[in-house]
Design a protein around this ligand. Structure first.
Ligand SMILES: [Fe+2]
Length: 470
């Protein structure tokens, strides 16, 4: 055969092979947003065949920028860098012939921005219809971020279960809402949580890597705790209880954010099936109290429960500032019986009759949380308040300044909140208009009207009737 002809045939063959492999590639796992910060974001996904994909992205709905993975592979986590804070970005994954539909997310707003909206829930990773409905409802709220409270992939957190019980049923949410997770006990059943760490791309801490970490989103400081590690279940090479506790203390002490929220799987306070975890409480409650954590978000028990503001092993004295503990374990696994027939005195409200999620909005000195079912029924509603110093005036615009980037405002960093005269949070000024509480309410924590619609005793009986095991 003539050499030139041979080369041409070879080129055609090579092109055919390339085209063939391109056609063979598809996304075996839809994109999910990880490690989203003020100036970067990771778009992770999996492919059915090895190739070097490109992520196209941009603002204002365009996708005029691109990052191409350096090497062919089936497992990808492509980092977008040089992003603007608090800004909407649209992205598309182009993987050798497979191209996703454009979707949009927002980067984290700067630490001084006094408006943050997030949703959270745990105990969902079951591929159940309830999980899908909860995820769909959360996406409908258009939160900036989503906190996953553990038991993200039943039954044992295997690689296959992460695919089937987390990424597939929650794909639309995870493609558009950055999510930050903590591991549950079920993830720890496989190789001490290794598939969890293999599949997620989380912020890291100096001593614990991805096991525990913190990040700021606007004026909220979030601290993620590995409660299985706290119980001594992690390999010491990854995480030890002592190192984690020390890091949490140093991290909280260093934060000047006006709002501080901790999240982990095991609940320090719960009257659900498994009950309170005194070991976890002993390790972290003193830190939460000393460094002004406002909310502690947990799961594990398959119900919803809200505590009074708690100090030590008791309800905090009226008028003092103390953390409120929530169990939000109603994300999709079967709901469970409570461990006590009547509501403990420290418990404000509990519900094991509905699946649902928590929707939280912090704006200036007011944090408003709603526990919602997928159909929009409000299971619980409460507000925390505190005094913040006046927001600094933005500097006057100069003549050569260009039009600001769309997104959230960009004020100067917010100083730490000034203590109220009592040293605690302040009562909700409008509480008398909205609250019809079921028990004593500490300063700074007011219940909304929905609580009156769902008395705890009725909820317990409703839950007992639908007893299911997971
Ligand atoms: Fe659990």
């Amino acid at each position: 055969m003539h050499r030139l002809h041979s080369l041409a045939l070879g080129a055609v063959t090579a092109l055919a092979l390339v085209a063939g492999s391109a056609q063979a590639a598809s996304l075996s796992r839809e994109p999910y947003l990880q490690r989203v910060g003020t100036d970067s974001a990771t778009v992770a996904f999996r492919l059915s065949a090895s190739c070097a994909p490109t992520v196209y992205y941009g603002t204002h709905g365009s996708t005029d920028q691109r990052v191409t993975a350096p090497n062919p592979a089936t497992k990808h986590a492509v980092e977008l860098s040089g992003l603007e804070p608090g800004t909407a970005y649209t992205y598309v994954v182009d993987a050798c012939g497979a191209r996703t539909n454009p979707v949009t997310f927002s980067t984290a707003s700067k630490p001084g921005v006094r408006r943050v909206h997030f949703t959270t829930v745990g105990d969902f990773g079951s591929n159940s219809d309830d999980q899908k409905q909860v995820a769909r409802a959360m996406l409908g709220r258009a939160p900036e971020l989503f906190l996953a409270l553990g038991d993200n992939a039943y039954e044992s957190g295997t690689e296959a279960e992460f695919q089937r019980n987390l990424f597939e049923p929650m794909a639309p949410l995870l493609a558009q809402v950055p999510f930050f997770a903590v591991p549950g006990n079920h993830e720890y059943e496989t190789n001490q949580g290794q598939p969890y760490f293999d599949n997620l791309y989380l912020p890291t801490s100096s001593t614990g890597g991805e096991s525990y970490y913190s990040f700021d989103w606007g004026f909220v400081h979030f601290v993620a705790i590995d409660s299985s590690c706290a119980l001594g279940l992690a390999p010491s090479s990854r995480c030890t209880p002592a190192a984690q506790r020390q890091w949490v203390e140093e991290d909280l002490a260093a934060s000047t954010a006006p709002w501080k929220i901790a999240f982990m799987h095991y609940p320090p306070w719960s009257s659900g099936e498994h009950g309170s975890q005194p070991n976890i409480r002993k390790q972290f409650a003193p830190l939460f109290e000393e460094y002004g954590v406002d909310l502690v978000l947990t799961g594990h028990d398959h119900d919803y429960e809200r505590s009074q503001p708690m100090k030590g092993d008791a309800v905090a004295a009226s008028g003092t500032r103390a953390p409120v503990y929530l169990v939000v374990g109603s994300g999709g696994a079967g709901l469970r019986d409570m461990s006590t027939s009547s509501k403990p005195s420290w418990s404000v409200l509990r519900n094991n009759g509905d699946h649902g999620y928590l929707d939280v909005k912090a704006e200036d000195g007011t944090l408003t949380a709603q526990m919602l079912t997928p159909s929009g029924k409000v299971m619980d509603s409460f507000t925390l308040t505190k005094e913040l110093p006046p927001e600094p005036e933005p500097p006057p615009a100069t003549a050569d300044e260009t039009t600001p980037t769309p997104g959230q405002p960009d004020p100067a960093p917010t100083p730490a909140p000034s203590p109220s005269p009592s040293g605690g949070t302040n009562p909700l000024p409008t509480g008398a208009e909205t609250a019809e509480d079921l028990g004593p309410t500490a300063a700074g924590c007011s219940a909304g009207p929905a609580m009156a619609l769902l008395p705890g005793a009725i909820l317990v009986f409703a839950g007992a009737l639908r007893r299911r095991r997971r």
